[in-house]
Design a protein around this ligand. Structure first.
Ligand SMILES: Nc1ncnc2c1ncn2[C@@H]1O[C@H](COP(=O)(O)OP(=O)(O)OP(=O)(O)O)[C@@H](O)[C@H]1O
Ligand SMILES: [Mg+2]
Length: 238
């Protein structure tokens, strides 16, 4: 009987995810074990198709492994039903994606309020918390703007505010700077660092070494396997 190590936010053990494509089996994630402590800022790197997004979707409770175990903040989640997983996801995890995924016809404020619809929070409280999240990403004065009225970097800030609004333990970001120019990427990574200093744990996928150098730890994947796990002195972005 394996028990979950103390003081870990994430523990995965021998996590495996296969896809069957006709006669072929794709080993998207193959026997991955790793622990992340609260407050870490972890970058995930590796070539295209190496399993990074598969790993993130499992960490984010968007998908379930074929085998292996996963403890999030002390709770074993790998075997939960999809309803129970959705509850864990909504309560504990914020997501940021490369393509922002904002609702185009809604204001920044409405987009940020969205995750609270399911959280049983009053309307007044929802507005208050969404404004606080927009303030935390430096976009309070843009609360009434729609995504088309914002730059790419500003749209990503709205998406980050939306990810933060339920006060998650863990922020998962899959190539959050992939659609942004270098200067804007640096701004966004600086924002992640400030949020991390305030205590939120971050796991972030990136292709770019210039982004990964701001993390305190880098996991390298290849062919679905975790091949390297390096701690480093993170550079300070801003
Ligand atoms: N739904 C799916 N069905 C079949 N195969 C899949 C599916 N999702 C992922 N794969 C396969 O699993 C492997 C890992 O994919 P994954 O998306 O995790 O890679 P990645 O490291 O995120 O790549 P990228 O850098 O291009 O985003 C790839 O070979 C991919 O084709
Ligand atoms: Mg990917």
């Amino acid at each position: 009987m394996v028990s979950e190590p103390a003081h870990s936010l994430i523990t995965v053990e021998r996590l495996t995810r296969h896809y069957r494509m006709g006669p072929q089996i794709v080993h998207a994630l193959d026997d991955v074990s790793v622990t992340v402590r609260p407050g870490e800022f972890v970058a995930v790197m590796g070539p295209s198709g190496s399993g990074k997004s598969t790993f993130m979707n499992l960490l984010g409770c968007l998908d379930r492994p074929d085998s292996g175990r996963y403890w999030l903040d002390g709770q074993e989640v790998a075997g939960l039903s999809s309803d129970a997983l959705a509850a864990v996801r909504n309560r504990s995890i914020g997501f940021v994606f490369q393509s922002f995924n904002l609702l185009p016809r809604q204001s920044a404020l409405d987009n940020v309020m969205l995750p609270m619809v399911y959280a049983g929070v009053s309307h007044a409280q929802r507005i208050e918390r969404a404004l606080a999240a927009l303030d935390a990403v430096g976009l309070l004065e843009r609360a009434g703007h729609r995504p088309t009225q914002l730059s790419g970097g500003q749209q990503q800030r709205v998406a980050i505010a939306r990810a933060l609004v339920n006060d998650p333990l863990l922020l998962l970001a899959d190539e959050p700077t992939g659609a942004l120019d270098t200067a804007t990427s640096l701004e966004i990574i600086g924002l992640f660092q400030r949020l991390n200093r305030r205590g939120i744990t971050i796991v972030l996928v990136t292709h770019e070494p210039e982004v990964a150098r701001f993390a305190s730890r880098v996991l390298h994947f290849r062919d679905g396997r975790l091949i390297d796990d390096l701690s480093q002195d993170a550079e300070v972005a801003a």
